[in-house]
Design a protein around this ligand. Structure first.
Ligand code: ADP
Ligand code: ASP
Ligand code: MG
Length: 428
């Protein structure tokens, strides 16, 4: 008998019908002889609604209370799902993250899992139950406060539990048929990927393909847990994310070779801050980025312009999550006198477009092809950054959809068969 961890995202349990449909699917997995641990997200857009609600009572809600509020979303879905499974004549028990042994650090709103002690889950499944765990939440080791793992964090809960329970596979059920070569909401001709390496998936995820959270992929790679991303609305095989091509997938077919380009990702959740008129001398950039780091803000791209010799001043731009914009500006304003810059510019009308693929290392011309595709689409590039297997650019937010489609076509990724299906969700 195998142990599987199944994670169902918010769009899969958006309403009572969805919960009943998912319950049936879980019972089928149980009937097939598996022990089943389920991780569930909050229903539909519940988390967004709770965030909006918090904003109505306080512009900057206290981290501890914010986490307490958000975890309520997953409590609702886990209890309803357990009820629906019992209604089908099978045993199920729901558990909060804390009860499931998800131990985190103390950073509210984006806690990291530091340990998983799933004793109660193990006992529950050994007694014949389906164990349902609330995703996205844990309890801090110090202080025993309730924490959340950051948006999309249920993916990480699922992989962390799969690792702690030594599961055979972690199945991530969502509202599309797997990982595609681009977001199917933007590119109708996106193609489903049968297999993708952890390495490429990590880059896609950190570049904005929110179908999997990058932290979850990081975790899966560290513990070598294969992930199967698939739709909870169809019976189709999805995408396998693993170290090596899966030799045989569940239909007994051979795995596939890795493509040169895995896909195009886009991200509209970032903003750009430009620090204008920074004295061009050693130590200035360090002071700027120390101020931002001390505010616990993670940066993405960083660009420094060449200073004009006559002024001895330069501009430094960087991108960061929009949600951290206010905090970063406040932290930098405090350093204005000590750094001696002129002003700060904040721009949240940007988008990042990334091309990802391990084949880039050995195929010259990928960067040129990427820029040519953007030029042909009339899209202006504002910032550029690269890794060994990724090229990213920042453009105007208004250009993002057209740019993604142009790049997708230019690299021959368009599918010539059916259009990609999006089964649910609002894409919010
Ligand atoms: P869930 O609620 O199941 O966690 P998410 O909304 O977090 O679902 O993630 C699924 C969504 O990710 C899809 O509906 C799709 O719009 C988006 N997405 C972005 N990039 C990709 C991609 N490359 N492949 C598949 N889906 C993608
Ligand atoms: N409900 C949380 C969110 O919307 C966690 C998750 O869905 O993974 O971000
Ligand atoms: Mg998600």
């Amino acid at each position: 008998m195998g142990l599987v961890v199944q994670k169902y995202g918010g769009s899969s349990v958006a309403d009572a019908e969805g919960i009943k449909r998912v319950a049936k699917r879980i019972v089928d997995a149980k009937k097939n002889g598996n022990q089943v641990v389920v991780v569930v997200s909050a229903m539909g857009d519940t988390t967004d609604e709770l965030i909006d609600l918090a904003g109505q009572v306080s512009p900057i809600p206290a981290g501890r209370e914010f986490d307490m509020l958000l975890t309520a979303g997953e409590r609702i879905s886990m209890a309803l799902l357990a009820m629906a499974i019992k209604n089908l004549g099978h045993e199920a028990q729901s558990f909060t993250g804390s009860q499931a042994g998800v131990i985190t650090d103390s950073v509210h709103n984006k806690a990291r899992i530091i340990d998983v002690t799933p004793g109660r889950i193990r006992t529950s499944i050994d007694e014949g139950n389906v164990a349902i765990v609330a995703g996205f939440q844990g309890v801090s080791q110090e202080g025993k406060n309730i924490t959340t793992l950051g948006r999309g964090g249920s993916d990480t809960t699922a992989v962390a539990l799969a690792a702690a329970l030594d599961a055979e596979v972690c199945e991530i059920y969502t509202d599309v048929d797997g990982v595609f070569t681009a977001d199917p909401r933007v590119v109708k001709k996106a193609r489903k990927i049968d297999w993708i390496s952890f390495e490429d998936m990590l880059e896609l995820a950190s570049s904005g393909s929110k179908v999997l959270l990058h932290r979850c992929v990081e975790y899966a790679r560290r513990y070598n847990i294969p992930i199967h991303v698939r739709s909870s609305f169809s019976g189709l095989q999805g995408t396998w994310v693993s170290n090596e091509p899966i030799e045989k997938n569940q239909q007994g077919e051979k795995g596939v070779e890795q493509a040169i380009i895995s896909g195009v990702a886009h991200d509209t959740s970032e903003a750009k801050i430009t620090v204008v008129g920074v004295p061009d001398k050693p130590g200035e950039a360090a002071k700027i980025f120390r101020a931002v780091a001390d505010a616990q803000i993670n940066l993405d791209m960083i660009v420094q312009n060449v200073s004009a010799a006559s002024t001895g001043l330069t501009d430094i731009s960087f991108t960061l999550p929009k949600t951290e914009g206010r905090k970063a500006i406040d932290a930098l304003e405090k350093q204005k006198a000590s750094v001696g810059f002129d002003s700060l510019r904040y721009d949240d009308q940007i988008a990042k477009i990334s091309l990802v693929g391990a084949g880039m290392k050995t195929n010259p011309g990928v960067t040129a092809g990427f820029f040519e595709a953007l030029t042909d689409a009339g899209v202006n590039i504002e910032l550029i950054s690269t890794s060994e297997i990724r090229i990213s650019v920042v453009t105007r937010a208004d250009d993002v959809n057209e740019a993604v489609r142009a790049v997708h076509s230019a690299f021959g990724l368009d599918s010539d068969s059916d259009e990609a299906v999006v089964y649910g969700g609002t894409g919010r």
